[in-house]
Design a protein around this ligand. Structure first.
Ligand SMILES: [Cu+2]
Length: 191
């Protein structure tokens, strides 16, 4: 038990360093947002999400997203930006962030309109209890505009129990193909 505790404190140190390094890579004009990730019910799940919108001369918006989370079950888990800055309970984060014209056609069906949601990201892969994910998206922005995740009710990361199958068939999508139940959540805050 003691060995496990030492291992976890070492792991936290590594996480803190990796997180600090990614934020320190941001330039002054870049926008940075972070999220404190906590398990929906499992208190052993914790981590950090980071988003960096790189400043460019021509104004294209690309956001580097990284997640480091410990305590999830090994394997792949769906990760999305959900439409509300609320994690208690995790269901209050509501559906996937999707400010587009068809976003409200089935607001209570999280698998509906997948993979068109702007908040759709990529799976986090967990090995030996440690999950790492890194991706770049131009579907969302931290700066003002119609893709901005900091709308009136904000946004949150949700990590699901199962992998996102990136479901894409015509018509009604298979229930749960976007990851199913919710394991962890983190409200995204601009730094
Ligand atoms: Cu989701």
């Amino acid at each position: 038990m003691k060995r496990l505790a030492v291992l976890f404190s070492l792991l936290s140190l590594v996480l803190a360093f990796a997180f600090g390094a990614s934020v320190n890579n941001a330039f002054a004009e870049d926008l940075v947002a972070t999220a404190d990730i906590r398990g929906c019910t499992d208190k052993n799940i914790s981590g950090t999400g980071t988003l960096i919108e790189r400043h460019t001369q021509e104004g294209v918006k690309q956001v580097d997203v990284s997640l480091i989370v410990k305590g999830l079950k090994d394997g792949k888990h769906a990760v999305h930006i959900h439409e509300t800055a609320s994690c208690e309970p995790c269901g209050s984060a509501k559906g996937h962030h999707d400010p587009g014209p068809n976003s409200n056609s089935a607001p209570d069906a999280p698998d509906f309109n997948h993979p068109f949601h702007m908040g759709d990201l990529v799976n986090i892969e967990v090995k030996d209890g440690l999950g790492v994910m890194q991706t770049t998206t131009n579907r969302v922005s931290l700066s003002a505009g119609r893709l901005n995740i900091f709308d009136q009710d904000g946004s949150s990361f949700i990590i699901h129990t199962n992998a996102d199958q990136y479901c894409d068939q015509e018509g009604e999508l298979a229930k749960g193909c976007a990851g199913g139940a919710r394991d962890a959540c983190g409200i995204i805050k601009l730094r």
